[in-house]
Design a protein around this ligand. Structure first.
Ligand code: ATP
Length: 297
């Protein structure tokens, strides 16, 4: 019986291992959550631009045809510029990111990158040009090296370390007994929210994208980590066309343009200063957050 149960036990372990890996993959792609049912057009071409502009033109969209989520959304991120989106939970912010990555096609209007409708681009070139730093980074049950390298599987070890350095996580990794070979994920070292987000930033840096989507974490980091991550992001944003989905207004102050969304519509837009001066929705949100921050001491 013992002889039989040992291999069975191993088999069980392997099964769990494989199942876990599959679950991780699903969750990773699940970060933007859904099926991929969009196809390359027959005459699809690769995206050529290295500093593209991004433009949403009268975009309409619903996950379900009976429930429209986005209503005529119009905005442009100039080449190398930053647009930040704020608004209540459920107002449609993350949906913009999902459409830009082409997890879904729009129901009306179009999305242009460098003047080209994204439905005419090959998906490989579109997704190769975009890096996403998600709200909640899912790590593979593998080494920390693997988890960063994943951003650009052809990268050499030095490049992985350079990306980690730029994301300010290299020193931390070096301080671990097994360094870059440390196992992370559910069954390894549990990284904190801030550390995980730095891994995601390192991945994004390694990918060297021309378009960056940053979906800010909703879970509050301590203010020191938040400032540090903020500074790293500002650095990697330089020269890249960036869409920031912001949950805290402190993140958006430096954006070229801020969009305020409500019920799938852009209800206000402008720079931080312009929006404060207008005394509308944004100004109200700002006062509220200031008060909350003061309340916390
Ligand atoms: P949050 O700040 O909470 O992340 P958000 O502004 O990013 O919210 P979205 O995730 O864009 O909001 O969601 C907009 C609307 O679309 C919500 O009402 C949501 O219920 C709906 N929605 C999102 N994903 C799906 C989906 N896969 N199927 C159906 N409806 C969805």
């Amino acid at each position: 019986l013992l002889q039989l149960s040992a291999p069975l036990f191993l088999l069980g372990m392997m099964y769990r291992e494989v199942k876990q890996a599959l679950t991780n993959m699903e969750r990773l792609f699940g970060l933007l959550d859904e099926r991929q049912d969009v196809q390359d057009a027959a005459d699809a071409r690769p995206l050529a631009a290295t500093r593209p502009s991004v433009r949403f033109e009268a975009v309409r969209f619903g996950y379900d045809p009976r429930r429209q989520i986005l209503h005529d959304v119009d905005f442009e991120i100039p080449a190398g510029g930053t647009v930040a989106v704020v608004g209540h939970s459920g107002s449609g912010k993350s949906t913009l990111a999902r459409l830009l990555y082409r997890f879904y096609d729009v129901d009306g209007g179009r999305i242009l990158i460098d003047g080209q409708d994204i439905r005419r681009l090959t998906q490989a070139s579109l997704r190769g040009a975009i890096a996403i730093v998600p709200q909640d980074t899912v790590l593979f049950n593998d080494t920390i090296f693997y988890n960063i390298h994943y951003g650009h599987p052809d990268a050499r070890r030095e490049e992985v370390e350079a990306a980690a350095r730029a994301a300010h996580i290299h020193e931390f990794i070096r301080s671990l007994p097994d360094g870059y070979d440390t196992q992370v994920g559910e069954r390894g070292l549990k990284l904190s929210g801030g550390e995980k987000q730095r891994v995601a930033i390192a991945r994004a840096i390694l990918k060297n994208p021309s378009i960056l989507i940053f979906d800010e974490a909703t879970s509050a980091l301590d203010s020191q980590s938040e400032r540090a991550i903020q500074a790293e992001l500002e650095r990697i944003q330089l020269g890249r066309t960036t869409l920031v989905i912001a949950h805290r207004l402190s993140t958006v102050m430096n954006a070229d343009q801020i969009l305020v969304m409500d019920g799938g519509r852009i209800v206000e837009r402008g720079s931080h200063g312009e929006l404060l001066a207008r005394g509308g929705r944004y100004a109200q949100m700002w006062r509220l957050q200031q008060r909350e921050a003061q309340g916390k001491g």
